[in-house]
Design a protein around this ligand. Structure first.
Ligand code: WTA
Length: 654
């Protein structure tokens, strides 16, 4: 536990002086007092926050009903509000010329684009008019398959404006994965671009949408935003050009007041079983989680320029590219490209160019940059605007933490490691910027209203006190928790609430150190984390096993210096054939069923997989063997099996 002892790094002395106004918290004592209040009287705490940070058109009469046991939580009942109004109109009325969105294109030679709150109000109104004209009604689900461009945000907010539920599908998913999600959501409309640009390469978004919708009978319209000058084939009667259509609609369309509990969006994520889960978030609760964490964790001020490098196709982009910055009325930076194109100084260039006050990214990108850069490479960049650096998606090692702090932030910015999930909607463990003592490698302390428990995984009992390790649960409902899984409330209950009765189960292991700081250990289920992408081992296994030559398969997450974990597949064959060509077929099968990011890095062919006497694959042994370990623990219950054939691949275990 030596590296977990946690030496505290102080906030830079003049950090507060560089703040444009008053920080959201004065000091850690204020955090402690407010945190205690939020746990002692959650309803009072959340009601005060909701009144302070959100605009309701009708006041709520009941703050909360429901329990974790029964999984039927509802917040701010009786209240009416509109998410788009909260993100756009209320700022546009007061300060129409303030910049809402800064778009930084993939190629730095292309011009960046700024959209003011006034412009954004016009654009979302017109887009909402177009969606209505396409027959989209309150409660319908619109699928959005877009790269990181301003129209993605406009589409999302336009859905919210008319009470439609947005379902964003990450543009790295394959046509088949997109098809499955459109079918599950029964969307009438999908919004996309002709193409996308990323790291100097072209992404064929429209082509993939065309493939996907061939098997989606519910689709009546495909709305296409032009991003490149590439050739575009439109299907008459179905495909409409975004830019041309938008002109036909009024520059103001009133937002539709929604019930607090009406769904705002659907977002698919991987679970421990094969089928992706469509996680549904409510309107008021989700928005409040975004606003509260934006305010206290990131200390966002309306004059800030917030740069979150996460993709809008995942929860990080939803909450911290769009909702948190716009709810708090600051400017959000939407970056189309990659950290290393055209050079590994790109993030610094963007921070300097736009005067960003916040940068929020994943350790996987930091590891890559650490490897490629020296201090001299970035010595000319003026990043004095930077106050806060956020980390998300996977544990950040103390070594990378220090590099982030000393090198990327030039020792001027504070770091907050933010732990959360698609299902939690917003941060649940994170340092409040400039206030919480920073310990490299620890996600630090719980966010307001989050009552954490470390649970003994075997006994199912809470482990009280400090210096305890177990699985991480939450003891009390909070507003931004997901409300259900589309079409499968039972699965929602079984995954999160029935594992340890009375707790929300995160699926992660955690350690609470001697002074109450949390250290996330990673998943304890079949979910793996590759470059911050959350993937289900069983989802990939079910694709591989469909191959006619494969007898059995196990997907294993193996520690990787760059990507956190790397996907390895261990397979046995039904027939001995050309192994190299089978491996290639398996890789292309996964690429087309899920997406390139899910393709195994390494495929090992073995004669037989290690199994228990009852036939269950013993992944523990594979995980250890693939990580280069030679101690396998107790293997007395493992059925004797044929030795791995070293001529087939590199492993020999017994
Ligand atoms: C992991 C991403 C350690 C964790 C926001 C969680 C983290 C899963 C951290 C959720 C962090 C996320 N430290 N692990 N700061 N943040 N995780 O739904 O295993 O894509 O359960 O949400 O990522 O992934 P998801």
């Amino acid at each position: 536990m030596a590296s977990m002892s946690g030496k505290v790094i102080p906030t830079p002395p003049d950090w507060r002086k560089r703040h444009p106004s008053t920080p959201s918290l004065a000091n850690i004592l204020e955090y402690n007092t407010l945190y205690e209040e939020s746990i002692r009287s959650p309803e009072t705490f959340w009601a005060n926050q909701a009144r302070d940070l959100l605009s309701f058109t009708k006041n709520f009469h009941t703050v909360h009903t429901g329990s974790l046991e029964n999984g039927e939580n509802a917040w701010f009942l009786g209240g009416k509000l509109n998410a788009c109004f909260n993100c756009v109109d209320r700022h546009a009325f007061v300060n129409p010329d303030r910049v809402a969105i800064i778009c930084e294109p993939d190629d730095p030679a292309d011009e960046s684009q700024t959209i003011t709150y006034g412009d954004l109000l016009r654009q979302v109104s017109q887009a909402a008019g177009l969606l209505r004209a396409c027959g989209v009604k309150k409660g319908d689900i619109v699928t959005i398959y877009m790269p990181m461009v301003s129209e993605t945000i406009v589409s999302i907010l336009a859905c919210a404006r008319i009470g439609a539920i947005h379902s964003v599908v990450f543009a790295g998913f394959s046509a088949d994965a997109l098809r499955d999600r459109i079918q599950d959501a029964e969307s009438k409309v999908v919004i996309t671009t002709d193409e996308g640009r990323r790291g100097g390469k072209t992404i064929q978004t429209k082509y993939l949408v065309d493939q996907a919708v061939q098997e989606c009978p519910t689709i009546t319209n495909v709305l296409v935003c032009k991003r490149t000058a590439g050739e575009l084939v439109l299907t008459p009667g179905r495909d409409l050009l975004w830019g041309e259509e938008l002109k036909k609609y009024s520059a103001y369309l009133p937002p539709v007041p929604m019930d607090s509990e009406d769904f705002l969006f659907l977002l698919y994520t991987s679970g421990s079983t094969g089928k992706p889960k469509g996680v549904l978030h409510s309107t008021a609760g989700y928005l409040l989680g975004a606003a509260v964490t934006g305010k206290y964790v990131f200390d966002v001020n309306c004059q800030d320029r917030f740069f979150c490098s996460g993709d809008i196709g995942w929860i990080t982009g939803h909450t911290y590219v769009i909702y948190a910055p716009l709810l708090l009325g600051c400017s959000t930076v939407v970056f189309e490209g990659t950290p290393t194109y055209p050079s590994p100084t790109r993030f610094w260039d963007i921070i300097a160019k736009h005067g960003c006050t916040h940068f929020y990214g994943a350790p996987t990108a930091l590891r890559l940059l650490k490897r490629s850069l020296t201090k001299a490479d970035i010595s000319g960049a003026n990043i004095m605007s930077l106050r806060v650096l956020g980390s998300v998606g996977e544990p950040i090692s103390p070594e990378i933490w220090r590099w982030y702090h000393d090198f990327m932030g030039d020792e001027q910015a504070v770091i907050t490691d933010t732990y959360w999930q698609t299902e939690t909607g917003s941060h649940i463990i994170a340092a409040c910027a400039g206030v919480t003592p920073m310990k490299p490698g620890s996600a630090s302390l719980p966010c307001f209203g989050i009552d954490l428990a470390i649970i003994d995984p075997v006994k199912g009992e809470e482990l009280r006190g400090n210096s305890v390790e177990g699985v991480l649960g939450i003891k009390h409902p909070w507003p931004s928790m997901a409300r259900t899984i589309r079409g499968s409330h039972d699965r929602y209950m079984d995954t999160y609430f029935n594992v340890y009765k009375g707790y929300y189960f995160t699926g992660d292991g955690a350690y609470r150190d001697h002074d109450g700081h949390y250290w996330i250990r990673g998943r304890v289920d079949d979910v793996i984390n590759v470059s911050g992408h959350r993937l289900s081992t069983s989802e990939i296994e079910s694709v591989i096993i469909e191959h006619p030559s494969i007898a059995e398969a196990a997907i294993i997450g193996v520690p990787d210096e760059l990507t956190g974990q790397a996907i390895n597949a261990v397979v046995s064959l039904k027939t001995t054939q050309d192994i190299e060509s089978i491996k290639q077929q398996l890789i292309s099968k996964v690429r087309s069923a899920i997406g390139p990011f899910a393709a195994p890095r390494r495929i090992l062919v073995v004669e037989d997989l290690p199994k228990t006497r009852s036939g269950k694959i013993v992944r523990r042994i594979l995980r250890k063997a693939l990580s280069g370990e030679t101690e396998f623990g107790d293997i007395s219950t493992v059925r004797a099996y044929k030795q791995f054939d070293p001529s087939l691949d590199l492993l020999t275990i017994f």
